[in-house]
Write a protein that binds this ligand. Sequence first.
Ligand code: NDP
Length: 459
Amino acid sequence: MPSYDYDLFVIGAGSGGVRAARVSAGYGARVAIAEEYRVGGTCVIRGCVPKKLLVYAAHVREEIEDAAGYGWTIPESRFDWASLIANKDREIDRLESVYRRALDNAKVTLIEGRARFADAHTIVIGGKRITADKILIATGGHPVRLPGFDEQNSITSNEAFYLETLPERIAIVGGGYIAVEFAGIFNGFGSQVSLLYRGEQILRGFDDDLRHGLAMELTRKGIDIRLHAVVHRIEPMVTGWRLHFGDGATMEVDKVMAATGRRPNTGDLDAALAGVKLDHHGAIVVDAYSKTSRENVYAIGDVTDRLNLTPVAIREAMAFADTVFGGRPWAMDHDGVASAVFSQPPIGTVGLTEAEARRRHGAIDIYKAGFRPMKHTLSGRQERTLMKLVVERSSQRVLGAHMLGPDAPEIIQAMAIAVKMGATKQQFDEAVAIHPTAAEEFVTMRMREPDPSDVGQVP
Ligand code: NDP
């Protein structure tokens, strides 16, 4: 057997790569990991973690406004973007050092630089050739800019975390997770936000009731949502930019943010030299065990474009390490993965939407609850929470649980256990409510929604 420098070489020290490296090293493998930017990857450095900190910060404004109804007089408040960003940066630095320490403690060699394949067992990094028996690609993804958008005229989420000043007027292009989350962030800080989406309704793929409910809440908070909006041209102005739309309309803003999806980081990898196949979007093609078209090369996380969520990449990493180095083969189950949109109010969702369930299962029962959260009886805020269960009629199994409202991600995380276990509506009903909470609605929904198929109008 040929001797290699390492048993495993991981390309990319994000959440997936770091976990795979540490666990494999724990099984006794000699492991190196390459990172070209910062240890921690998108989620920790310029994704989920700093995003959530900005969401907390933006939400403070509503907490202050809501306090009056509870008898508090709060002196005029002032928000300072620069101090928030500095504090956020400090926390991200701390987390990065935790990740570096974890690699060090696991005896994983960190090599800083951009890695490319020379062949299926050889990596070139900073002019040096390193060989490994197994190679794991965990290079993640990057935001895409559409034609007409460039580094001068627009930012992406990468830059949004480091802006020196808060824009007074910002146009966010896209209607997915990132667009909706940043719309709430900038709106909370007082920017005038326009959300420009090409389709019928934001958050395509989510349950329609939640999409419409969220669009209504965002509009109520002052976000200008423009549907069927296609930006044709971005014209520079003395200060800011003028957007020209397909229908001839224009809009002037200080900043344009492109939130139109992400693409796998495979451009500079020379994966072909290792015989590793990509699909037509540039994603690495893998089997259920995250193995590529090349026997000794694996790939996990966003670079495979399966379910682009951090906890999924981490689970894929665990499956990889257990299978390849731990002698316990198992494959990640990508079904029934819960997710959240940290919009304001947030969304939590697990399982099938109503539309998907009708398509796949035919007859279903829908239960819904819509109400004003108790907190807002005194705060006076006009915001509504929406909860929904999608149930297979024949088996009464709960196929999906969806929520729009405060704490939805926290609540749905718990619901995900029941849905994943295949719990029935009756089992939901047997759980006694915790009162007064919003979550109790999930165990007290008794009235089935009228079924459109009963009157011959299947949606
Ligand atoms: P998404 O895929 O969620 O959304 C992309 C948006 O851009 C969609 O609204 C899409 O419209 C629109 N779009 C795509 N192409 C074009 C085009 N040519 N012209 C106009 N609009 C276009 O991507 P994001 O960038 O928001 O996020 C990337 C991924 O990161 C997510 O899919 C998710 O997996 C992950 N993520 C998860 C988060 C979480 O868990 N909370 C938070 C942030 C990101 P259309 O729908 O019509 O295709």
